[in-house]
Design a binder for this molecule. Sequence first.
Ligand code: GRG
Length: 309
Amino acid sequence: MLQLSKSLRMRTLASLEDSYELCRQITAEYSKTFYMGTQLMPFAKRRAIWAIYVWCRRTDEWVDGPLASSTTAETLDHWEKHLESIFAGDPIDDEDVALVDTLSQFPLDIQPFRDMIAGQRMDLYRSRYETFEELKLYCYRVAGTVGLMSMAVMGVAQSDQKAPWDQEQGFDIPTEEAIALGIANQLTNILRDVGEDARRGRIYLPLEELALFNYTQDDLLNGVVDDRWRELMRFQIQRARKYYTQAERGIRALSPDIRWPVWSALLLYSKILNEIERNQYDVFSKRAYVPTRRKLLCLPVALLRSKVL
Ligand SMILES: CC(C)=CCC/C(C)=C/CC/C(C)=C/CC/C(C)=C/COP(=O)(O)OP(=O)(O)O
């Protein structure tokens, strides 16, 4: 019976090609920046990243999407079982077909996927973070994990593709740097979306850091932009940039064919911080956005860096 229902289900699922195409469309629709990055990758890696992106997006939707108000801990337990089924090679939905294929081709571990679900659990119960350590754990879970997943697909440089001194620097598998890029991206996202999150009653910035700048939760919820806020934002932006710098050091340890896309994604996303500065730190009434022309300008810069750094 179980066998029968499984085979019935299998027959109604999308073909491999259609599933990857679905993942491509979803990635293009939801994340312009990362989609642009993936377009610079070799075919097999590009579509694997789309399959992973879609699973991450679906995971995020449980707490951020239209059905979020009915999501409970049990919903996420169920989603974790769904994940185990994918890792067992048994797709449930059309989007899973591509991910099952990706798992058969790249050495992906289930742990970062589980950690990301744990990150969504945090979002379910918490709307405040007291310290940066707590926020950092959240950022690892919802975004650092994406770095780990992506790295398994992108691959690291073979020893004959590296200069001898790279090995001495212990850059064999740049795990910390991959996590750092996820954290940098997430911190950027948090800074860009402070106003939007406040309107949903959420504050991601650590409360003890607000206090350090004499800025209150009420100030934030009311969108007060003054010297205290600008100082606080300068401090936050500086820290996000440190994570970008750490990530940059790991890129040359990656396989050469994906250094350009990773540099591009890094530059494109970090530019949002420049836009926040350009907007005089007003993240309440404006959404920091990098215009397409400025985005395109990043690509040759990224190419150059991927060759020389
Ligand atoms: C640097 C090294 C060694 C490896 C690279 C490893 C990678 C690719 C890390 C990047 C991880 C990543 C893409 C994290 C996602 C974080 C994030 C905040 C995504 C935001 O996604 P959306 O919310 O869809 O984006 P927008 O809303 O900004 O379009």
